[in-house]
Write a protein that binds this ligand. Structure first.
Ligand code: GLN
Length: 204
């Protein structure tokens, strides 16, 4: 059985855990999901999700609790990380906000709360590289991806990148954990050939 971690210092944790379980089932894998609030758990995880929430809070707690360097080591080892919304902001190389100490795991710069009209949430059918059918993407005070360095754009909305991949790291401006459709988790964890996942020598 695989070991998954959901960064749980703040944000929508349970939804990610459930989405990971659905994606694993869809790929014929068993998974045990741990919520990460302290250092020492990430090194045992085969795959990680970093949820939405409030990025300055998540950033502060990840660094003060000693979890940040463990996430960096996880990605350095080629293990997959799915970073969504506030998680994307924290994983980016430039969040445009001094209160966010970026992990620099995704070569993109972002602007917080920039997508669409402020405060607005909306759902959009996204064409995503690697998925056959459009993905119902829920945006909640989403960050805009302002520039993309050495990363692949997987989806755009309104001519702007909203899903990107940088090796083992997939980042989305939207919330793939909030719909029953677990295909984004599937892409990030079980179908990304840039990752090292036990038992997944030949990703689909
Ligand atoms: N607005 C949040 C932030 O900038 C992110 C939004 C979200 O994760 N739903 O931290």
């Amino acid at each position: 059985s695989l070991t998954a971690g959901v960064v749980a210092v703040q944000g929508d944790v349970e939804e990610h855990a459930a989405a990971i379980e659905r994606a694993a089932t869809a790929h014929g894998r068993e998974v045990t999901v741990h919520e990460i609030r302290d250092a020492g758990i990430v090194p045992d995880c085969d795959l990680l999700a970093m949820p939405g929430g409030e990025s300055t809070t998540i950033s502060r707690l990840l660094h003060s609790d000693g979890i940040a360097p463990e996430i960096e080591a996880h990605v350095d080892a080629g293990k997959p990380l799915l970073a969504t919304c506030a998680g994307l902001i924290v994983a980016s190389s430039d969040a445009g906000d001094d209160r966010v100490d970026e992990l620099g795991l995704l070569d993109v710069s972002v602007e917080r709360n920039a997508f669409g009209r402020q405060k607005d949430s909306f759902e959009a059918p996204l064409e995503v590289t690697g998925l056959d059918e459009p993905y119902p993407a829920v945006f909640i005070r989403a960050p805009a991806i302002e520039s993309v360095g050495d990363a692949e754009v997987l989806a755009t909305w309104d001519d702007r990148p909203v899903a990107v991949r940088d090796g083992p790291v997939v980042g989305t401006a939207f919330h793939p954990e909030l719909t029953p459709d677990s295909r984004i988790h599937g892409l990030a964890f079980f179908e990304n050939e840039a990752t090292v996942v036990p038992g997944l020598e030949d990703p689909a």
